[in-house]
Design a protein around this ligand. Structure first.
Ligand SMILES: C[C@H]1O[C@@H](Oc2ccc([N+](=O)[O-])cc2)[C@H](O)[C@@H](O)[C@H]1O
Length: 586
């Protein structure tokens, strides 16, 4: 018999190690998998339980730790001081052993370490050398109050001129790969290929050459939110023709760069494009067509992605090799309580937040998530819409979209606890109203500089597990992960965040989850969308007051470099210098 559930609360209060030993099925997994990787607290219990219930491997085959835990559980219940001491000694021995195992864990040789940026956030040169206007240029110039500090990306980090320094920073860090995005309107000023801006093509050629010169593998994001304004004037992602416009654009990119670039990501975070751009209006083009716009966009973006994938797969892959994938923002949603309702609330939240975009590509049957389809259809009918606001793909479209990604790209930052009981009235119609779920974040999750971002314990591991549980054994790249601060060089919270996240990746690797690489967000501070320059995500600090945009490495840069070099996460490593150098071979 396993220890009773009511031991959890008592032992949490008394001793986390004892709790680890006493916990039920999922806790056995923790011990077996990586000893005491996931240290339980009262606030993350629900996440742990959720993980357990989703693993399907809760009945651990390793009898030894189970027996040990049962014995310890029994001893604790006796409340004998002697027994307690024995238990503590035993558990300490386990912890020491486990500690050794943890510290000894290494990332595989082929695991890719990188850093990521995006064109509008770093390039600047917004109207130089023939670049056309995009929706972020338009937004910051026409609606300055929408940006927290009324700033713009007109100059940003000036990477258009300072890309050699950027590559030098990558060499200092020792990263294997750099993820950057192409500015659509820099190479196609009108959005269409009737006019190709050779200066724009040259800029990316220069950057790619500089990367390759130092054996840094380029990975191109084809679309990171900076749609040409001329296409937005025609409806942007709400116009079904965007599927062809996108294909025409990526054709130019593939044609110019795929001889040297072997990895492409079609779209960065479709949810942020659709839900935030056309639903709740928190990203350009700030169009609030809640409950309708995001669903229209969701159809078009899946088809556009699939078309871009097919073009690469059919024409360029046979010639050059390489891979083409799709990146999603995935938060680690866990149930507020253990109830079946809250577990279902999590599933609906997952469907609304990211599976609506990823299921069409990665699920067995393709198409939008079934529950969401039903809920939107019911709500639409009740609201007097003659048809559902979310129309599933035809069978032909489903087949066209399904399987169109060589990997699952995940941008992960944080998470929340979900419940129907937390639902608060939303706009009607809206996708949040459609699912009727709300979420909360416990007070003791560390708050970052970004309102939306708190440090959820073990969120990286939970997220990777969510993806594996949903889609099976697919290759996963963590295409963004990082912490936001208000600035400063001694960024201890960022250091802690990176270490925890990368420990989570090691946990996932131990579990057999197929994680292939990790890209820190971000190489340097940059223009953080509506937050302007008020939030800093960089391994390098950028001095925006300095016309040179001097970049200075933060403590986290030294720690990340050490992780890459040793391929291990050493919690005790303290950088001895503040001067960055380039190691031999970089
Ligand atoms: C900081 C980076 O955020 C990325 O986008 C998001 C936005 C929101 C969430 N979320 O979980 O709520 C995750 C990722 C974006 O791709 C990048 O450009 C940065 O801004």
């Amino acid at each position: 018999m396993l220890p009773r559930r009511d031991h959890i609360a008592r032992t949490v209060k008394n001793n986390w190690l004892l709790l680890t030993c006493l916990e039920e099925r999922w806790k056995l997994i923790k011990l077996d998998r990586s000893c005491v990787q996931m240290i339980p607290t009262q606030h993350n219990l629900d996440s742990f339980k959720y993980m357990c219930q989703n693993t399907g491997s809760a009945e651990n085959s390793d009898k030894e730790p189970i027996n040990m835990i049962r014995r310890l559980g029994g001893l604790a219940i006796l409340h004998s001081y002697i027994m307690k001491i024995l238990v503590l000694l035993l558990c300490s021995a386990v912890a020491v052993t486990c500690g050794k195992v943890r510290q000894g864990r290494k990332f595989p040789d082929e695991f890719v370490f990188g850093a990521a940026t995006a064109s509008y956030q770093i390039e600047g040169a917004w109207n130089e050398d023939g670049k056309g206007e995009n929706i972020w240029d338009y937004l910051v110039h026409n609606n300055p109050d929408a940006i927290a500090d009324r700033s713009t990306g007109d100059v940003a980090c000036d990477s258009y001129h300072k890309y050699k320094r950027d590559v030098e920073m990558m060499r200092e860090l020792g990263i294997d790969s750099y993820r950057f995005s192409i500015s659509w309107s820099r190479i196609l000023p009108t959005g269409f290929p009737n006019q190709i801006n050779e200066a724009g093509i040259q800029y990316y050629n220069n950057l790619i050459s500089e990367l390759l010169k130092y054996n840094i593998d380029p990975i191109i994001t084809l679309y990171h939110w900076d749609l040409p304004q001329a296409l937005q004037d025609l409806g942007g992602w709400l116009n079904p023709l965007i599927v062809d416009w996108f294909e025409d654009y990526v054709h130019v990119v593939y044609e110019n760069f795929s001889d040297r670039v072997k990895s492409f990501i079609t779209i960065n975070e479709p949810a942020q494009v659709c839900y935030e751009g056309y639903g709740v209006a928190t990203k350009a083009p700030l169009m609030n067509v809640s409950g309708i716009g995001e669903y229209v966009c969701a159809r078009h973006i899946a088809l556009a992605h699939a078309k871009a994938y097919h073009l690469y797969n059919d024409v360029y892959k046979p010639q050059y090799g390489g891979v083409c994938g799709y990146t999603f923002a995935v938060g680690s949603t866990a149930p507020l309580t253990d109830s079946e309702e809250d577990k279902y609330a999590v599933e609906l939240m997952v469907q609304q937040q990211w599976a609506i975009y990823s299921d069409p590509v990665f699920s067995k049957d393709g198409g939008f998530p079934k529950d969401l389809l039903e809920l939107v259809a019911e709500k639409s009918a009740a609201q007097g819409f003659p048809k559902s606001r979310l129309i599933d793909f035809t069978e032909e479209e489903k087949a066209y979209i399904r399987g169109t990604s060589d990997f699952f790209g995940v941008n992960h930052y944080s998470g929340a606890l979900a419940s129907f009981s937390l639902y608060t009235p939303q706009a009607v119609p809206s996708s949040m109203d459609d699912i009727g779920v709300g979420q909360m974040v416990p007070d003791d999750w560390l708050q970052s500089a970004s309102a939306w971002f708190q440090k959820m314990p073990d969120s990286m591991y939970i997220t990777l597990k969510l993806i594996k549980n949903r889609y099976g054994d697919i290759p996963i790249y963590i295409t963004e992960n990082g912490w936001s601060s208000y600035g400063g060089i001694d960024d201890d919270n960022r250091v802690d965040y990176y270490r925890s996240a990368l420990e989570g990746v090691l946990d996932a690797l131990d579990d057999g989850i197929n994680v292939k690489g990790y890209y820190a967000w971000s190489l340097m501070d940059n223009f953080e969308w509506l937050a302007g320059y008020t939030e800093c995500f960089g391994l390098y600090q950028v001095d925006y007051k300095d016309p040179e945009r001097t970049r200075t490495p933060r403590k986290s840069a030294f720690v990340y470099k050490h992780i890459i070099k040793t391929r291990m996460v050493d919690p005790d490593y303290v950088p001895e210098t503040t001067v960055m150098t380039i190691d031999e071979g970089h």
